[in-house]
Ligand binder design. Structure first.
Ligand SMILES: Nc1ncnc2c1ncn2[C@@H]1O[C@H](COP(=O)(O)OP(=O)(O)OP(=O)(O)O)[C@@H](O)[C@H]1O
Ligand SMILES: [Mg+2]
Length: 255
């Protein structure tokens, strides 16, 4: 995959008071690849995702998108570029159904999307299309999502992230609360997004299965710094974990 990065961070640093959450982080996401972002608790993974989704302003460093330096002033700037984020809590509204959740906060055609039948019908049609594209036809469009399983909710959050044809999708621990089977399903969906040409970044603690099996490349953060980078197909889970916790220093020092 010798293509230009879709999204690139150069030497991003961010401190919260005395805590250096990110230090000189450089990272690239190319079209068609799944990048795994791993690290111990507090390593800076969520902070890095928030930087890429415009929620956190870095103290220093450069954010580049499709080859241009961009100043993200807020989450809307990231959305405009086609950068979508699926947060760990999914941010779904339990009392609303799948269609309403898919269109939440992004009125399709004017302020009263659900005020008229026609517009609801249009939203429902789009929802059905996006779920079919993800081979999730079995998900109910009309049941409140609060009554759905963790895996189904995760799938709806993924569907929402691709509804507006993004370029990049960032996932913060998409499989944390899922069974092995549901996690496998999410892995397949994520792979599918990359196969369609999107750039994908996934934070996960499930090194031995999810990270090793689903990602193309793994970036290891430790105390806010990138300490290693691996090709997923030629690295063991054990090596990744060692890099996360600081064992076997020097086994791989990509940076
Ligand atoms: N809003 C904030 N205010 C102050 N400190 C923060 C804030 N957000 C993060 N931090 C600190 O920055 C560091 C990195 O936190 P971050 O949430 O990015 O870690 P993480 O890698 O996502 O961890 P986890 O695996 O537990 O989710 C931690 O020391 C954390 O306490
Ligand atoms: Mg986190």
């Amino acid at each position: 995959m010798g293509t230009e990065p879709l999204l690139e961070l150069r030497n991003i640093s961010k401190a919260f008071g005395g805590v250096q959450a990110l230090k000189d982080v450089s990272l690239q996401i190319r079209p068609g690849e799944v990048v795994g972002l791993v690290g111990d608790n507090g390593a800076g993974k969520s902070s890095l995702i928030k930087t890429m989704s415009g929620i956190l302003r870095p103290d220093t460093g450069e954010f580049r998108f499709q080859g241009n330096a961009v100043d993200l002033k807020g989450p809307n700037d990231a959305k405009q570029l086609g950068i979508q984020t699926v947060y760990q809590d999914l941010a779904l509204c339990d009392n609303l159904d799948a269609v309403q959740n898919l269109f939440l906060g992004r009125e399709l055609v004017g302020p009263r999307v659900f005020g008229s039948r026609v517009k609801r019908a249009e939203a429902q049609k789009r929802s059905r299309e996006v779920l079919r594209r993800l081979r999730l036809d079995s998900i109910s469009l009309t049941r409140p999502v609060g009554a759905m399983s963790g895996g189904q909710r995760q799938n709806i959050a993924i569907a929402r992230s691709i509804l507006w044809k993004p370029n990049v999708v960032l996932f913060d621990e998409p499989t944390a609360a899922l069974s092995h089977t549901a996690a496998e399903q999410v892995g397949l969906l994520i792979r599918q997004l990359a196969d369609e040409g999107l750039g994908v970044l996934v934070v996960s603690h499930d090194i031995h299965q999810f990270v090793v099996e689903v990602t193309d490349r793994v970036v290891v953060l430790r105390l806010g710094r990138v300490v290693s980078e691996f090709e997923s197909k030629s690295v063991s889970g054990e090596t990744i974990v060692n890099a996360m916790v600081g064992g076997n220093e020097g086994v791989n020092s990509a940076r």
